[in-house]
Design a protein around this ligand. Structure first.
Ligand code: TXA
Ligand code: MG
Length: 332
């Protein structure tokens, strides 16, 4: 099997890891092995790289991503650990455990990677290649499972290629992933709860915490890689601006701020108290990278509404419009 020239496959030697680091630094996409499944990595601090990653996976919506770090000390600079989180991290990191924690204000991870949430999912993988890559890269790496959205998670490099050949830059091949199912996700945002069962059994978690753990009841049973039940719209804490949104506007009302897309801005734009353009050139990947940060900025402007111009539905436009509709939906 030979890959198309656009996706390289390299045996995960030290030289290949250095090449992967170079690729990530340049905003590229690198699939790499972890002990659970192969992940599709991007520089977590680079919003455009993260947008490319969603595009490559073909995600219908911006599911929040797990930020991978080389050790617990690094994780403590990104999220706020309570005592349960500290105990779990000490007991199981590195390993197949992901912790969802409050995001620290100084956390440099792109807003798009956490889908605009105030929480962040953190994981220290227990795999030599993943850890060498993280240590050498020196920044957090977001990595969903390296499959097309809705497909099963890949446990070998050929699985990755079957789904993503020609859509990503590089695959580091180190044979089969030893655990073979994704990490167990535990939210520590109050009473700890299991968000996704996975490679770390419940009994081990309960033993360390000295208590039984509640499950989040899945809202839908989805085959595939278990992403659907955790879609951001189903998360209680999902980010929504407090300023009302008006979508698909053709003109601007007094007192509004404007979120524009593309080269042509609607009539009355000069009346807007503030205008931000997601992508003046009309690039949906650039627009996705800017979306959550721009919404936050405009939300803070004290306007009567955020007027949003029409955004096409193709490519990442689908996911952008999904998030805008959620943000515009009436709240209880
Ligand atoms: O084993 C794994 O966890 C693999 C390897 C590559 O590390 N990664 C993985 O990522 O399974 P992914 O994107 O396929 O699944 C991550 C899950 C998604 O269901 C997502 O909704 C959830 O984690 N998630 C991420 N951030 C979250 C947050 N802040 N709150 C709640 N759920 C979150
Ligand atoms: Mg997945």
């Amino acid at each position: 099997m030979t890959a198309e020239p656009s996706t390289r496959v390299m045996t995960a030697t030290a030289a290949a890891i250095t090449e992967a680091v170079r690729c990530l630094m340049a905003g590229g996409l690198v699939a790499f092995p972890t002990e659970t499944v192969y992940g599709l990595g991007a520089d977590a601090t680079n919003g455009t790289a993260v947008a490319r990653l969603y595009h490559a996976k073909g995600r219908p919506a911006f599911n929040p991503l797990i930020s991978h770090v080389p050790d617990a000390a690094t994780a403590h600079r990104l999220g706020a650990f309570d005592s349960a989180a500290t105990q779990l991290a000490e007991a199981f990191w590195p390993g197949p455990l992901t912790l969802v924690l409050p995001r620290l204000p100084s956390c440099p991870v792109a807003e798009l990677a956490t889908a605009g949430l105030d929480t962040i999912a953190l994981r220290v993988p227990n795999h030599g290649v993943a850890r060498d890559l993280l240590a050498e890269f020196g920044r957090p790496i977001v990595a969903p499972s390296a499959n097309r959205s809705g497909h099963v998670s890949p446990t070998t490099a050929p699985h990755v290629l079957a789904d993503l050949r020609g859509r990503i830059d590089l695959v580091l091949d180190d044979g089969p992933a030893p655990v073979g199912i994704e990490s167990t996700i535990v939210a520590c945002l109050g009473e700890p709860i299991i968000l996704r069962p996975g490679g770390l059994p419940r009994a081990k978690l309960e033993c360390v915490l000295g208590q039984s753990l509640a499950d989040r009841t899945p809202l839908s049973e989805e085959p595939g890689d278990g992403e659907a039940p955790l879609a951001p719209g189903q998360l209680a804490s999902h980010y929504a601006p407090s300023t009302p949104l008006r979508l698909n506007v053709r003109s601007i009302e007094a007192g509004e701020v404007l979120l524009a897309f593309g080269p042509s801005v609607p009539p009355g734009a000069e009346r807007a108290a503030r205008m931000m353009n997601l992508s003046p050139g009309g690039d949906l990947i650039e627009a996705a990278a800017n979306l959550f940060a721009y919404l936050r900025t405009l939300d803070a402007a004290g306007a009567t509404a955020i007027a949003v111009t029409r955004i096409p539905d193709d490519g990442l436009g689908d996911a952008i419009n999904d998030r805008l509709r959620r943000a515009a939906a009436p709240r209880a």
